[in-house]
Ligand binder design. Structure first.
Ligand code: ADP
Length: 490
């Protein structure tokens, strides 16, 4: 049966599930609209238990042959997959931008190339997985990274294509098969991913895409008894629900969740670079889990630095994310707009001082002004809760102990940014901040071999390089007594 398709930005996108190498429809469908202008992007299949069962069964039956290929056998297929992503970069970027409102230039030049790299990097890394042995007086420990089985991969709407490859890359490279559940507010780019993988020769059943609503398709998927892994990126509240499903079946789960990350600026920092980077926290309308949303500035430079940030933010254009001049696009959905506006209204009502922004931007629709609140205390809702919008807070510190206390004063621990001119001081502060990643005099640089994840309620586990394989593989030690084999020919 030909798949239902929708035309988005001139690209035909299949809107059915992709299971066992073919398109599978659902009786139920959900509507999808563009945050850019509210235009209709067509309906998408809404899976339930039947489709989740079908997808996991396909992944389960494809697993033995995919696992048996070994890293070397999988490498050329995954390299073709990565090349296929690059070949369709313009289509993927255009569809992603139409679907979630993220900046087109960013998708084209950064997110899609990174997505391709996620596939090829982990495929190559897997070649060396079983190369090491640990020598002991009596035994040699041969440490093996074996494929684990079917991985359920659940991703959010702010960067669905790139974040899905961050999971699909190591999961498939490790020899697992996968069922991807894309976000219902931006479901289309992952559908393109299924086509690209298929055309590259990824065998039927190895990569399945189950479309649908989180509480329905996602819930059916994570409660399936045949999963070996669940990898989730999304909100802390959803992670608590999925974690209960994982606990019932003792399925290993990794989660990368929200953040309320500190952005500390010391008096001796390069203040121009720091101000530009603060302004950069508004990109993609602040819908970035890693964003440094709490600006924590050394008191003696507070007013000078504020003027630099104000000037940098004043240069930012809010508007259509397809326009190369735009820095701040729309919020994803009317419900999310209402949520962000609710945080801002409550902060205003609570007496926070609005430095700029505070409501709908001149562009109208789902466009929200870059917003900054001062006069907040650490215990205020606006300091504690993740807004996931272009809303920052501003606080001043007098000494480093106070900066660290402010930085660590939420339940989150995903990331942090520090601008500082003194290396010893920077390292002293950095070592005390609770975060999975702490950037010093830079932001957003993510090395694929470095560990990535969150502390506290920002997540469980680390991915990246060998850490991804620690999660996606069943690690086994074959401990062999030294000298216990008869010599050949004896
Ligand atoms: P956000 O608040 O960023 O939308 P969510 O945590 O709600 O983040 O969603 C992230 C992903 O989790 C989406 O793909 C969504 O469909 C999925 N999801 C939401 N609820 C559930 C659930 N109960 N079980 C499984 N997946 C879910």
């Amino acid at each position: 049966m030909p798949s239902a398709t929708t035309m988005v930005a001139g690209v035909a996108v299949a809107t059915d599930h992709f299971i066992n190498g073919r398109r599978v429809p659902s009786a139920e469908r959900f509507e999808n609209a563009s945050p850019i202008d509210g235009s209709d992007l067509g309906s998408v299949a809404a899976g339930g238990k039947a489709e989740a069962d079908m997808a996991v069964a396909a992944a389960k039956s494809a697993f033995p042959a995919w696992a048996a290929l070994g890293p070397k056998g999988r490498l050329p297929i995954l390299k073709r997959f990565a090349d296929g992503i690059l070949a369709r970069a313009a289509d993927i970027a255009a569809v992603e931008t139409a679907d979630n409102g993220s900046l087109l230039a960013g998708n084209l030049h950064r997110m899609v190339p990174r997505a391709a790299q996620n596939i090829s990097f982990f495929a190559e890394w897997a070649l060396g997985l079983n190369d090491h042995a640990i020598d002991h007086a009596e035994v040699v420990n041969n440490v093996r990274y074996d494929p684990a089985g079917v991985a359920a991969l659940i991703t959010p709407w702010n960067a669905p294509f790139m974040l899905t490859t961050w999971k699909v890359g190591p999961a498939l490279a490790a020899g697992n098969t996968a069922v991807v559940k894309p976000p219902e507010w931006a479901p289309l780019s992952c559908s393109l991913m299924a086509d690209i993988a298929h055309e590259a020769g990824v065998p039927p059943g190895v990569l399945n895409v189950l479309q649908g609503i989180g509480e329905e398709a996602g819930d059916a998927l994570v409660n399936h008894p045949d999963l070996a892994r669940i990898s989730f990126t999304g909100s802390t509240d959803t992670a608590k629900i999925i974690g209960q499903a994982a606990a019932r079946s003792i399925t290993a789960m990794s989660s990368e969740l929200g953040g309320k990350s500190p952005f500390i600026v010391c008096a001796d920092a390069d203040l121009d670079a720091a101000a530009q980077t603060v302004a950069g926290q508004y990109i993609n309308a602040g819908q970035v889990c890693l964003a440094g949303t709490r600006i924590i500035v050394e008191a003696k430079i507070e007013s000078a630095f504020l003027e630099k940030v104000r000037a940098a933010v004043g240069q930012m254009t809010v508007g259509d994310p397809r326009d190369p001049a735009t820095r701040v696009g729309p919020l994803i959905h009317p419900d999310h707009f209402a949520r962000v506006a609710g945080f801002v209204d409550r902060a205003k009502a609570g007496g926070a001082q609005l430095l700029w922004g505070g409501g709908r931007a001149a562009a109208g629709g789902l466009y929200f002004q870059p917003t900054m609140f001062a006069g907040v205390s650490l215990s205020d809702e606006i300091s504690q809760k993740e807004v996931f919008g272009p809303v920052l807070t501003w606080q001043a510190f007098r000494d480093d102990a106070e900066a660290v206390a402010m930085a660590n004063g939420t339940e989150y621990g995903l990331a942090g940014t520090l601008f500082c001119g003194d290396e010893a001081r920077a390292m002293r502060i950095a070592e005390q901040v609770v975060a999975g990643t702490l950037w010093v005099n830079c932001f957003f640089v993510r090395d694929l071999s470095a560990p990535f994840g969150g502390s506290r309620i920002s997540g469980i586990g680390r991915e990246g390089g060998t850490h991804s394989f620690d999660f996606y593989c069943d690690i086994k030690n074959i401990a062999v007594r030294k000298g216990s084999f008869m010599a050949k020919g004896a």
